[in-house]
Design a protein around this ligand. Structure first.
Ligand SMILES: NC(=O)c1ccc[n+]([C@@H]2O[C@H](COP(=O)([O-])OP(=O)(O)OC[C@H]3O[C@@H](n4cnc5c(N)ncnc54)[C@H](O)[C@@H]3O)[C@@H](O)[C@H]2O)c1
Ligand SMILES: [Zn+2]
Length: 362
C-alpha cells in the first residue's frame, strides 16, 4: 500500500492507494469517532462493493443510502434524500459519512457531509480512476445546477481517502479512459516528466497493468495534493487544475449532462485550450500535436459535439466560476508541463479556436 499525505495543517489527511483495500480490516474503522456511520453509494456500486465496506464497519451502527446512478442525479434534490435518511435515523454531529463510488457519489456525499448539522466527518472510498486521481482529493464537493456544473458546493476535506486499485477491474473501458484525461492533465499543467512517462506507458495503462496504474494514480495524487496544499481555496495555482474544464463544462452542460463523460469533455476542452494557447503564441504547433496524439491514443474524443454552436459555448462559459467582472478567464499552457494562472481571453480569439474546431455562429 502506498500512502500520501495532503498537508493542510490540522485538516491534513492521508490517501491510501493499493490493491485489496476495500474489505481490509482496521483501515476504515480507525477513522471513525462515534458509532454512527452512513455509507452513501449508488445502485451500480452497491452490489459490487457495499458488502465489503460493511464488513470493514462491523461493530458500528451502519446505515446506507443508495442513490440513482449518473451525473444527471448530481442535484440538490438527490442530496436532500441523504439528509432525509440521516435525520430519520437520528444521526448526530459525531456521525461519519462514507462516500463509496465515483466522483458523482463523492461530490454529493461530501457536500452532504459538509452541510449536515454544519459538518460531519467523512471518508472517501473512490472507485473510478477519475475519482482516485482527482475528485476524491482536495475537498471540493458539490452538486450541479441546471445552468451550470458544480455551481453549488463547499470546500470540505475528508478524514482520509482509501483508493483500492482492485475496484478499477470492474470499471468499463470508457470510464477508465475518461479518468486518463485527468491523469494527462497533471502532466500538462505541472509534470513534464510524467507526460513523457504517459507517452511511453499509455498501452500499459489501457491494459490495466497493475504497476502502471498504481504509479499513475500515486503520481497524479501527489501532483494534486501538492497543488491543494499550496492553495486550498483556489486563490491562485489550484485554478490550473481546471485546464480544459471551462470548455469541458460547457460541453457537458451544452450537450446535456451525461452525454459526454466528464473526462471526455475535459479531453476535448484540453484540445481547445491547447489550440488557444498556440494561437496566443504560447505553445508550438508540434506540442499541440503531441497533446492531441496522446489523448487519441487514450481513446478520448478530441472533437467538440457537432451540435454545439459558438454562442452555446459563450453563454455557458459566461457563468464559469473563474470569471471576474464579466470576462471569460481560462487556463492556458505555456508549454507541456506548465500551465499559467487564469487568463482573460479576448472573445475574438476564443471564437477563432471554436471556429477552427468546426463550431459556427448561428
Ligand atoms: N470534486 C472534485 O474535485 C472533482 C474533480 C473532478 C471531477 N469531479 C466530478 O466527478 C464526476 C465524475 O466522476 P466519475 O468519472 O467518477 O463518474 P461517476 O461517479 O458517474 O462514475 C462513473 C460510472 O462508473 C460507475 N462505477 C463507479 N465505480 C465503479 C466500479 N468500480 N466498477 C464499475 N462501475 C463503477 C458509476 O456508477 C458510474 O456509472 C463529475 O461530476 C465531476 O464534476 C469532481
Ligand atoms: Zn475534472
Amino acid at each position: 500500500m502506498r500512502t500520501l499525505q495532503v498537508d493542510l495543517g490540522d485538516r491534513s489527511y492521508p490517501i491510501f492507494i493499493g490493491p485489496g483495500l476495500v474489505g481490509k480490516s482496521g483501515l476504515l474503522a480507525r477513522w471513525i469517532v462515534s458509532t454512527q456511520v452512513m455509507v452513501v453509494t449508488n445502485e451500480t456500486i452497491a452490489p459490487l462493493y457495499l458488502d465489503a465496506v460493511l464488513e470493514m464497519l462491523q461493530g458500528f451502527a451502519v446505515e446506507s443510502v443508495i442513490l440513482p446512478d449518473g451525473e444527471s442525479y448530481k442535484t440538490l434534490d438527490i442530496m436532500a434524500g441523504i439528509f432525509d435518511a440521516l435525520i430519520e435515523k437520528r444521526f448526530n454531529r459525531n456521525a461519519t459519512l462514507v462516500a463509496l463510488g465515483g466522483g458523482v457519489v463523492g461530490d454529493i456525499a461530501g457536500f452532504a457531509a459538509a452541510c449536515y448539522q454544519r459538518g460531519i466527518a467523512f471518508v472517501q472510498v473512490p472507485t473510478t480512476l477519475l475519482a482516485q486521481v482527482d475528485s476524491s482529493v482536495g475537498g471540493k464537493t458539490g452538486v450541479n445546477h441546471p445552468r451550470g456544473k458544480n455551481m453549488i458546493g463547499a470546500f470540505y476535506q475528508p478524514l482520509c481517502v482509501i483508493a483500492d486499485t482492485d475496484t478499477l477491474k470492474t470499471l468499463d473501458d470508457r470510464q477508465l479512459r475518461a479518468g486518463i484525461a485527468e491523469v494527462i492533465k497533471y502532466g500538462l499543467i505541472r509534470d513534464p516528466e510524467f507526460f513523457v512517462w504517459l507517452e511511453e506507458n499509455m498501452e500499459a495503462l489501457l491494459d490495466r497493468d497493475a504497476e502502471a496504474l498504481a504509479f499513475a494514480i500515486e503520481r497524479s495524487c501527489r501532483n494534486k495534493a501538492n497543488v491543494v496544499a499550496e492553495d486550498e481555496r483556489e486563490a491562485g495555482v489550484r485554478a490550473t487544475l481546471n485546464l480544459g474544464h471551462t470548455f469541458g463544462h460547457a460541453i457537458e452542460t451544452g450537450a446535456g449532462y451525461g452525454k459526454y463523460l466528464h473526462g471526455e469533455a475535459v479531453a476535448v476542452g484540453i484540445c481547445l485550450a491547447a489550440d488557444l494557447s498556440r494561437r496566443l503564441g504560447w505553445i508550438t504547433g508540434s506540442e499541440v500535436d503531441r497533446i492531441i496524439a496522446l489523448l487519441q491514443r487514450a481513446g478520448l474524443p478530441v472533437q467538440p459535439p457537432a451540435e454545439m454552436r459558438v454562442e452555446d459555448y459563450l453563454e455557458i462559459m459566461a457563468v464559469d466560476k473563474k470569471n471576474v467582472d464579466g470576462e471569460i478567464r481560462l487556463i492556458l499552457l505555456e508549454r507541456i508541463g506548465k500551465a499559467a494562472l487564469p487568463q482573460s481571453v479576448a472573445i475574438d480569439q476564443l471564437k477563432a479556436t471554436l471556429n477552427e474546431y468546426g463550431c459556427v455562429l448561428k
